[in-house]
Design a protein around this ligand. Structure first.
Ligand SMILES: [Zn+2]
Ligand SMILES: [Zn+2]
Length: 822
C-alpha cells in the first residue's frame, strides 16, 4: 500500500489547452492515410449522400458551411457504424452566374462574343473560385472521399465536366427516343435580365405596391363611358377583350358590344366571364397579352390570338407604337402621363400585388412566345406523388412543400435555354429536309462547334447539318447528381445495387427544382424514387433573426470564424445551436465563441484523466463508478437516437450535458480523492476502479463526439488510446454489464453535492476545506459514503434524519440534507 505514495500522476496529454493549429495537421494526416476513401469493391453496406454541389462563383457562405458540417456528421456517424460511406465533393459550375460574372469582369456581352472565347473566359473564373471553395471545405474538416477530380465512384465531380455533361445528354437522348421530349412555341416565363426562358420552378413571388389606374374606355356602339382598372396600362396596345362577371347587374347591357381602347383606338369585345370580380376595381377587366398567368389562361380558353408587345430584352416593341424601345416600367410611366393628359385616367389607387420574379436576378418576369423543348411531366403527376411517399423526410413536415409543388404543376418542363455556359442539347438538323438527328449516347457532344457523327442525312441523303445552339436548363444537369455519384456511367452493377441513394440533404428553397426534378427524372429513367431519405434544412440568419445579406451588412463569413476560433469551434456550434430542419439558426461570433468553451472544458477533462493509468483488470467498481457508467450507457442510447434521426443537435446537447454538468461537475469531483488515494483511505482495487471508470468514460465521450468534433477527439485519442484514427473505430454500443438501477440515485446525489457546495459558499468555507459539522444525508446515498466524505471533507457524515432534539438546519430544497454544527 505504501508504494502508492511514490506514484506520480503526470498528464500524458502535453498541451495545456486545445490548439486549433492542430486541425490542418490532422486533416493532412487523414488524407495521407486515405481513411475516408471510397472502396466500391468493399462488402460493407453502402450509405450514399448526394451532397449539394455548391455554386463556386462566390465564397462558401455560412449556410453552406453549417449544412455541410451536418452532412459530414451524418457521414462520420455512418462510417463509425460500419457503413461504406459515399460522401463525394461536388462543385456546380454550369449556368448563368458565371456568365454574368464573365460579362462584368471582362466587360463583354455574351451574345456579342464568340462562343468559344466566352466559354474560356468563364472557365478561367471558375477555376480560381473553385479552388477557394475547396479550401474552405477542407478547413471545415469534411470527410469527403476524394478532393481530386476523378471519374470514379467517390471522386470529386464538377457539373461542367465533359463526363458529367455526357450523363445529362445521355438522359436527354433516352427521353427523346421514348417520345418524352417535344418542341413547341408557347408563351413562357422570360427573364429579360438573364435573357432566358425560365421554368415555373424558377419563378418566385414578391409583394409589391403598385398603382391601380382607372381608365375611361368608350363603348363603340353607344358612346357610353366605362371604367376599367389596370396595373399595367403599358399593355393597352395588346388588349384583346373586356370581361364583366355574369352576375354583375351593372354591366349586363354591355354584352356583345365593343370597347374602344384609348390611345390605340382599336375596339375589343365585351363579354360576361366569371374571371371578372365585381368587387375588384370597377368590375370590368381587360385581358392583355400578357400581364399575368390569368391573361394567358383566358386568352387560351377563348382561343384569341395574343398580341406580343414586349421583346426579349424587356422593351416595348413596334406593337406599342410610340412607346417602342422603352423598358416596361418606363413605358408605364409615360403612358400614364399621356392618359392623364387626355383626361382618361379618372383615379389611381395604391394596391399590393403579388408579382412573379426571376429566382436568380429577382427581376420581374415577362411572358413571351418562344420555341423551346419541353419534357413531359404533367401526365405523370400521380405517379410522382406515389414515389414521394416512398421517401422518408427529415423533418416530416417538409414533405408537404414537395406535395404542394407537384400538385400545382400544370405545364411541362421547359428544358432549353439560350445560354452558352451549359450542357449542349445534342441535336443536329439536316439543312435540306429539316430532319432532326439525335446521336447515340456514349460521349459528350457540342453540336454548335462540331459536325454530327453521321455524314449523310438518313432521310434525304443531304450532307449539310446545322448544330443545335441551345443548352439545357441547369436543373436538367443537377437533377441527375445522384445517378452520377452512384457510378451509373462506370459501374452499372454497383449502380443497380445501390440505387436509390441513401440520402439527399438540401435546402427547402430548392425543393421544387432540385428535389422535384430529381424525382421526375428518376421516375422517367428507372421508375423508382431517387432517395431513401431526404433531409431538408432551413436557413442560417443573423443574431436578430434577419437574413444575412451584403446590403444589410450582417454577413458572417465562415472563413473569418475559422480564422478566429478554429474550425472545431464552428463545428461544435453548428450542433449545439439548434436543429436546422425545424427552423432558422441564429448566428453570431459571440454565440460561436460561447459554445466553443466546451472544447476547452473537454481538453481540461481529458488532460486530468490522462494523469491516471489505464487499467483493464484487477479493479473493483465503487457504487459511484457503477452509477456513472450506467448513466454513460444512457448517453450512448440518447446519442444513437439523435444521430439516427439526423438530429445532431440532440446528440451534441446530450454529450455536453453529460460531460460537463454530470461527469465533470459531480463524478470527477467525487472520484478525485480515490483516484489519487494519497492517504490510502481506499483499497488499491477501488483506486484502480476509479482509473478504469475515468478512462472508459473519456474514451466513450470521445467516440460519441467524434462525428461532430473530428479534430479535438482525434488529437486526444491518438495521444492517449491508439495509433489508429478514432474515425475508423466502432461507434459505442450500450453495454449490458454497465446497466444498473443505481443510476436512479444520480439526481439525488447531485442535489446533495449542490447543497453542500452552496452551504460552504455561504459560510465562507473553501470547497476543499474541512466541514467541521455533522451532515445528515438521504439514506439512499449511503452506498457513496466514502467518496462523498472524501469529496466534501465532511467530518461526520450520517445517513438519515437528525433527531428532533438536535439543532439541525435543512440546507437543501430538493432533498433531505441537514447540518448540525459541532
Ligand atoms: Zn433573371
Ligand atoms: Zn435531310
Amino acid at each position: 500500500m505504501s508504494g502508492n505514495k511514490t506514484l506520480v500522476f503526470k498528464p500524458k496529454l502535453k498541451d495545456k489547452t486545445w490548439n486549433p493549429s492542430k486541425e490542418t495537421i490532422l486533416f493532412e494526416k487523414w488524407q495521407k492515410e486515405g481513411i475516408y476513401r471510397f472502396d466500391e469493391n468493399s462488402d460493407k453496406e453502402v450509405f450514399s449522400i448526394d451532397t449539394p454541389p455548391p455554386y463556386v462563383n462566390t465564397p462558401v457562405h455560412i449556410g453552406q458551411a453549417y449544412t455541410y458540417v451536418w452532412m459530414d456528421i451524418f457521414a462520420r456517424y455512418k462510417r463509425m457504424n460500419g457503413y461504406n460511406v459515399l460522401f463525394p465533393m461536388g462543385l456546380d459550375k454550369n449556368g448563368l452566374p458565371v456568365e454574368v460574372q464573365a460579362e462584368k469582369t471582362f466587360g463583354i456581352t455574351m451574345h456579342e462574343t464568340p462562343r468559344e472565347e466566352f466559354i474560356s473566359k468563364c472557365k478561367q473564373l471558375l477555376q480560381e473560385s473553385g479552388e477557394t471553395s475547396l479550401e474552405t471545405f477542407k478547413r471545415l474538416g469534411l470527410s469527403c472521399n476524394s478532393w481530386k477530380l476523378e471519374h470514379k465512384i467517390g471522386g470529386r465531380y464538377e457539373t461542367d465536366d465533359p463526363e458529367y455533361r455526357r450523363l445529362t445528354q445521355e438522359t436527354f437522348i433516352e427521353f427523346w427516343k421514348r417520345g418524352l421530349i417535344y418542341e413547341d412555341e408557347k408563351v413562357t416565363n422570360y427573364c429579360p435580365v438573364c435573357r432566358t426562358t425560365i421554368s415555373d420552378a424558377e419563378v418566385e413571388y414578391e409583394e409589391e405596391e403598385t398603382l391601380l389606374n382607372y381608365i375611361k374606355f368608350k363603348v363603340k356602339e353607344t358612346g357610353e363611358e366605362i371604367l376599367i382598372a389596370t396595373t399595367r396600362p403599358e399593355l393597352l396596345c395588346s388588349c384583346r377583350i373586356v370581361l364583366f362577371n355574369p352576375s354583375d347587374e351593372r354591366y349586363q347591357h354591355l354584352k356583345g358590344k365593343h370597347a374602344i381602347v384609348p390611345i390605340y383606338g382599336h375596339s375589343v369585345k365585351i363579354i360576361p366571364h366569371p374571371y371578372a370580380k365585381p368587387e375588384f376595381g370597377s368590375g370590368l377587366v381587360m385581358i392583355c397579352s400578357f400581364g399575368d398567368y390569368s391573361d394567358i389562361r383566358i386568352l387560351r380558353e377563348l382561343d384569341l390570338d395574343p398580341i406580343f408587345a414586349i421583346d426579349e430584352e424587356g422593351k416595348m416593341n413596334e406593337k406599342a407604337g410610340k412607346y417602342k424601345g422603352l423598358k416596361v416600367e418606363e413605358a408605364r410611366k409615360r403612358i400614364i402621363e399621356d392618359l392623364k393628359a387626355e383626361g382618361v385616367i379618372v383615379k389611381q389607387e395604391k394596391i399590393l400585388q403579388r408579382k412573379p420574379i426571376c429566382w436568380r436576378s429577382k427581376n420581374p418576369i415577362e411572358f413571351v412566345p418562344m420555341k423551346e423543348f419541353y419534357l413531359k411531366q404533367v401526365e405523370f403527376k400521380n405517379e410522382i406523388l406515389k414515389l414521394a411517399d416512398n421517401m422518408r423526410f427529415f423533418a416530416p413536415e417538409s414533405k408537404q412543400i414537395l406535395i404542394d409543388w407537384i400538385n400545382s404543376i400544370d405545364i411541362d418542363w421547359v428544358i432549353s435555354r439560350r445560354r452558352y455556359y451549359g450542357t449542349e442539347i445534342p441535336l443536329w438538323y439536316c439543312k435540306k429536309c429539316g430532319y432532326t438527328y439525335v446521336p447515340e449516347p456514349g460521349r459528350y457532344y457540342q453540336p454548335w462547334k462540331e459536325p454530327p457523327p453521321i455524314s449523310k442525312c438518313p432521310k434525304c441523303g443531304g450532307t449539310e447539318f446545322r448544330g443545335e445552339e441551345r443548352t439545357f436548363d441547369t436543373w436538367f444537369d443537377s437533377a441527375t447528381s445522384e445517378v452520377y455519384i452512384l457510378g451509373y456511367l462506370w459501374n452499372k452493377e454497383f449502380f443497380r445495387k445501390n440505387f436509390p441513394c441513401s440520402l439527399r440533404p438540401q435546402g427547402k428553397e430548392i425543393v421544387r427544382n432540385w428535389l422535384y426534378f430529381a424525382i421526375l427524372k428518376s421516375f422517367l429513367l428507372f421508375n423508382k424514387e431517387p432517395f431513401r431519405n431526404v433531409w431538408i434544412h432551413m436557413h442560417v440568419v443573423d443574431e436578430y433573426g434577419r437574413k444575412m445579406s451584403k446590403s444589410a451588412g450582417n454577413i458572417i463569413d465562415p472563413q473569418d470564424v475559422i480564422e478566429k476560433f478554429g474550425s472545431e469551434a464552428f463545428r461544435i456550434w453548428t450542433s449545439l445551436e439548434g436543429n436546422i430542419t425545424r427552423g432558422d439558426i441564429r448566428c453570431s461570433f459571440e454565440r460561436i465563441r460561447g459554445t466553443s468553451k466546451f472544447l476547452t472544458k473537454l481538453w481540461n477533462i481529458a488532460r486530468f484523466i490522462s494523469s491516471f493509468p489505464q487499467v483493464n483488470d484487477d479493479y473493483e467498481l465503487a457504487p459511484l463508478d457503477k452509477m456513472i457508467l450506467a448513466r454513460l450507457n444512457e448517453l450512448i442510447s440518447e446519442c444513437r437516437k439523435g444521430y439516427e434521426n439526423m438530429n445532431t443537435f440532440r446528440a451534441a446537447t446530450a454529450i455536453r450535458t453529460f460531460t460537463w454538468n454530470i461527469f465533470a461537475d459531480h463524478y470527477l469531483e467525487a472520484v478525485k480523492s480515490r483516484a489519487y488515494n494519497r492517504n490510502n483511505i481506499f483499497s488499491q482495487k477501488l483506486q484502480r476502479g476509479a482509473w478504469y471508470t475515468l478512462h472508459k468514460c473519456l474514451e466513450t465521450i470521445l467516440k460519441l463526439l467524434a462525428p461532430v468534433c473530428p479534430f479535438i477527439t482525434e488529437a486526444i485519442w491518438l495521444e492517449l488510446y491508439s495509433k489508429e484514427s478514432i474515425h475508423v473505430q466502432r461507434f459505442p454500443e450500450e453495454k449490458e454489464e454497465w446497466r444498473d438501477s443505481i443510476v436512479n440515485l444520480l439526481s439525488e446525489f447531485m442535489d446533495f453535492d449542490n447543497a453542500i457546495w452552496q452551504y460552504k459558499k455561504k459560510q465562507n468555507i473553501a470547497l476543499n476545506q474541512e466541514l467541521n459539522a455533522t451532515v445528515y444525508a438521504p439514506i439512499n446515498l449511503k452506498p457513496f459514503k466514502e467518496d462523498l466524505k472524501a469529496m466534501h471533507r465532511i467530518k461526520n457524515l450520517v445517513f438519515g434524519k437528525p433527531s428532533p432534539n438536535e439543532e439541525a438546519e435543512k440546507i437543501s430544497e430538493e432533498t433531505e440534507v441537514y447540518i448540525v454544527k459541532n
